[in-house]
Structures are given as structure tokens and as C-alpha cells.
Design a protein around this ligand. Structure first.
Ligand code: T4K
Length: 396
């Protein structure tokens, strides 16, 4: 590729259609049709219908967990867990996460305490956690990031030692294993996302996993103010029900998880080999897991070695119709309302701030071929080779 052929500089884009990040798996139409015909025949749209019940029981078997409570999305799942665990005061979580992790605390009247992350893995910095626990701390929320894990076994030991509760935002971690144990089996509860961009998709959806019978009963009551079976006293109820349409899609996606995981892993390896010799691009290996879903392709751009800053690389890719994303930017501590309410975190999370400026997600998943990946790697390699000229042309 010669310099003038970059789309950012006026050439035709490398891809005719935008290539998004995210799994975005769409099972064959005839399977959709059959599943949705069943919903029409039963004339039952929602509220613990047969597909939602089947999904919960299949997930329990797949994950090896006692209770799976399906919900309409992971954000509401996190809010429900904070409420059901009867948390008070402060909850420690990483600042390097999606807004929903912290927002779920705001919705339940809890104070977030932001912890920094490890600069290599992006996972919560274990060595800093103990120093953040005080008398007002009721829980730690671990976030299992990018198909990796934040050392849930070490977190369990730490939570026990300090007598605080522990739960996980495992939105990114469906199917991942830590020392052979599936995500979903750690802490008091874990929340998984089944958003369309995730490896297990319900379009929108998620689930809560727990082995605690009482917590599960409270969660079922909070999920829905009626039709919840065994009633227990809860202060608040909501509507976190998963519809039959969502459950139908998730059941197909669950069946195809092994194939989608294998496809992601093959794509990860293709990126690893395609980018191996590109200066300034380093791939993040899924951390702390014995098995990953490989649902995110995360790389770091070192501007000095690459010759361009991360955001310029993203602009260049976008012009080629490659929709790379910055998960996450900015850190939650720099977002409203936390930036105003908790100014004490502005200068104490250096690794979070550094990752926010260097991390970039590239497309991986069902919409992509290995040829597409080879082209994306080629674009990056050529951009790096022509970085000086591109920077000059773009007047960086
Ligand atoms: N905790 C963590 C750590 C999380 O990362 C998330 C969500 C949650 C909790 C909460 O989970 P949920 O409540 O969402 O279940 C996305 C997702 O919406 C969100 O699920 C995800 N994490 C977050 C990291 O990313 P966006 O705004 O970047 O995604 P969106 O909708 O723009 O989609 C990405 C790309 O895919 C775009 O280029 C558009 C394309 N796309 C998307 C959909 C849904 C398609 O082409 N087709 C589609 O159907 O937030």
C-alpha cells in the first residue's frame, strides 16, 4: 500500500462495509424462524416462559453453578446483586471498567472506591486493594476483563481475610475458566452479559450466578415483583425479566459457543502472527485464565514506537471502515458524576490513566474472516511504516 492509498488521505476504504468490534453472532435464519414460531404457537412472550426456564437450567449445567438467574441485561443484574447482597457504604472496584459497573453502585446508594489496575493485564491491582478497605467497606466488586480474569481466587482469600463481601462483574467472561473452574463460581455472585457484542448473545441479556440459596431467592424477587415463586422480604423490586425472544437467541448462542470460541481463538492467533513484527503494537494475552473465550482483541499502541498516537491510529482504521474501540476511555473516575463527587481519585490511578490512552480493541468475532484480519494487520503495518508521512499529512 502506498501512502496515498490510505482512506484517511482520500483513497477508497479497504472495506466496503464497516467492520465492528464484538461477537455479533447471528445463527442461521431457519433456526431463528423455528425458535420464534414456537413463541408464536405458545403465545407466551415473557415472564419465566419455557425458553427462559430452559436457558437457566442449561446454563446451570454448563457453568456448574447452583443458581442462574437470567436478566434483561448485565447492568440491571449488577444493580440487583448490590441490592440483594444488602451492601452498605463503600464498594471497591477498578476505575478501568465500563460505566455500568460503577453506575450500578450509584443506583443502589453505594459509594464507589476506585482501585488502580495492573499495567500489563488491565485487571484490578491486587497489591493495592487491602489498603483501600476501611470500616465502611462492605464489598469488593472484581471485574473480569476482556476474556481474562482478575485472580478471583486471590480476591476470595482477601475478602475472607478482611471480612468483606465479594462479587464479580463478569460481563466479558462467559465460558472462561480459572484453574479449570468456570467463571460464575466465584465470590457470592457473578454477573455475566449476553449483549450482542458478547460471546454468548441474547441480543440484550445477562445472568446472575450464585450458589447461595437465600441470595438467589432475593434476586428472583427483585428481578420481578410477581411470578417469582417463593417470596422473601425485599425492599425493592424491579423488572429485570428476560423475554422468550432473548432466551431463544441465547439458547442458540449457547449451543454454538464451542464453535464461536474456537473461531475467536483462531482469529486471535491470526492477529498475533500478523502483528508480531509491527513496532509499537502489542497484543494483550487474556490474563489469569486457563481457558478464554477470546471475545476481545485488545492491543496497546505505543506512540513512540508506532510513530502515531492511539487515537490517530483509530481514525486511520475508521476511515478504512475498521471500527476499533477504546474500551475503556476515559476511566470511570474521570466521568461524570465521579469526577466531581470524588476528586481524590484524579491523580492516584496512573495505570488506569495510561491504559485509557493506549488500549485499542480490534474487531474479532462472527462477522470477520481470516482474510479480513490479514488486511487489518496489513493496514496497521503499512501505517506504522508510513507513520511519519501520515503524521505530517495529518499535521499531528
Ligand atoms: N460490565 C462491563 C465490564 C461491561 O463491559 C458491560 C458492557 C457491562 C458491565 C454491562 O453489560 P450490559 O448491560 O450491556 O449487558 C458496548 C456494549 O453495549 C456493552 O454491552 C459493553 N459492555 C461495552 C463494553 O460495549 P458500545 O456502545 O461500545 O457498543 P455498541 O452497541 O456501539 O456496539 C459495538 C459495535 O458493534 C458498534 O460498531 C455497532 C456494532 N453493532 C452493535 C450491535 C448491538 C452491530 O453492528 N450490530 C449490533 O446488533 O457498548
Amino acid at each position: 500500500m502506498n501512502l496515498p492509498s490510505f482512506a484517511l488521505l482520500g483513497a477508497a476504504p479497504a472495506f466496503e462495509r464497516p467492520i465492528p468490534v464484538g461477537q455479533l453472532y447471528f445463527p442461521a435464519w431457519d433456526r431463528y424462524e423455528a425458535a420464534f414460531r414456537g413463541i408464536f404457537e405458545r403465545q407466551y412472550y415473557t415472564n419465566q416462559g419455557p425458553l427462559a426456564i430452559e436457558l437457566e437450567s442449561r446454563l446451570q449445567a454448563f457453568l456448574g453453578v447452583r443458581h442462574v438467574i437470567c436478566v434483561s441485561n448485565a447492568t440491571i443484574g449488577l444493580m440487583m446483586v448490590a441490592e440483594a447482597m444488602q451492601l452498605r457504604g463503600k464498594v471497591i472496584l477498578p476505575a478501568f471498567t465500563f460505566a455500568a459497573s460503577a453506575q450500578s453502585l450509584s443506583w443502589t446508594g453505594l459509594e464507589p472506591v476506585f482501585c488502580d489496575v495492573d499495567k500489563h493485564t488491565g485487571q484490578i491491582a491486587l497489591d493495592q486493594l487491602a489498603g483501600l478497605i476501611d470500616d465502611d467497606t462492605s464489598a469488593i466488586m472484581g471485574v473480569n476483563l476482556w476474556g481474562g480474569a482478575c485472580d478471583p481466587l486471590a480476591l476470595e482469600a482477601l475478602a475472607r481475610e478482611h471480612n468483606v463481601q465479594l462479587y464479580f462483574d463478569s460481563a466479558h467472561a462467559f465460558g472462561c475458566e480459572v484453574q479449570g473452574r468456570k467463571i460464575g463460581n466465584f465470590g457470592q455472585a457473578e454477573v455475566l452479559s449476553f449483549h450482542a457484542t458478547k460471546v454468548l448473545s441474547a441480543g440484550e441479556g445477562g445472568c446472575i450466578c450464585t450458589s447461595d440459596d437465600q441470595l438467589a431467592a432475593r434476586l428472583r424477587n427483585i428481578r420481578s415483583s410477581y411470578g417469582a415463586g417463593h417470596a422473601v422480604p425485599v425492599v425493592k423490586t424491579s423488572n429485570g425479566r428476560m423475554s422468550e425472544a432473548q432466551a431463544a437467541i441465547a439458547l442458540m448462542s449457547l449451543e454454538d459457543f464451542p464453535a464461536n470460541q474456537a473461531n475467536n481463538q483462531q482469529q486471535y492467533e491470526a492477529y498475533a502472527s500478523g502483528l508480531r513484527n509491527v513496532p509499537g503494537v502489542s497484543l494483550t494475552v487474556p490474563a489469569g485464565v486457563s481457558f478464554s473465550n477470546y471475545q476481545y482483541l485488545v492491543c496497546n499502541i505505543d506512540p513512540a514506537a508506532f510513530g502515531l498516537p492511539r487515537d490517530m491510529v483509530m481514525d486511520l482504521l475508521k476511515a478504512e471502515n475498521v471500527l476499533a474501540r477504546r474500551y475503556f476511555y476515559p476511566g470511570i473516575h474521570r466521568c461524570t458524576p465521579y469526577v466531581d463527587d470524588f476528586p481524590q481519585y484524579q491523580d492516584v490511578l496512573p495505570q488506569t490513566d495510561a491504559l485509557c490512552t493506549s488500549v485499542m480493541q480490534l474487531p474479532i468475532g462472527a462477522l470477520l474472516t481470516l482474510d479480513d484480519i490479514a488486511r487489518i494487520c496489513q493496514i496497521l503495518a503499512h501505517a506504522q511504516q508510513h507513520a511519519d508521512a501520515i503524521a505530517q499529512a495529518m499535521q499531528v
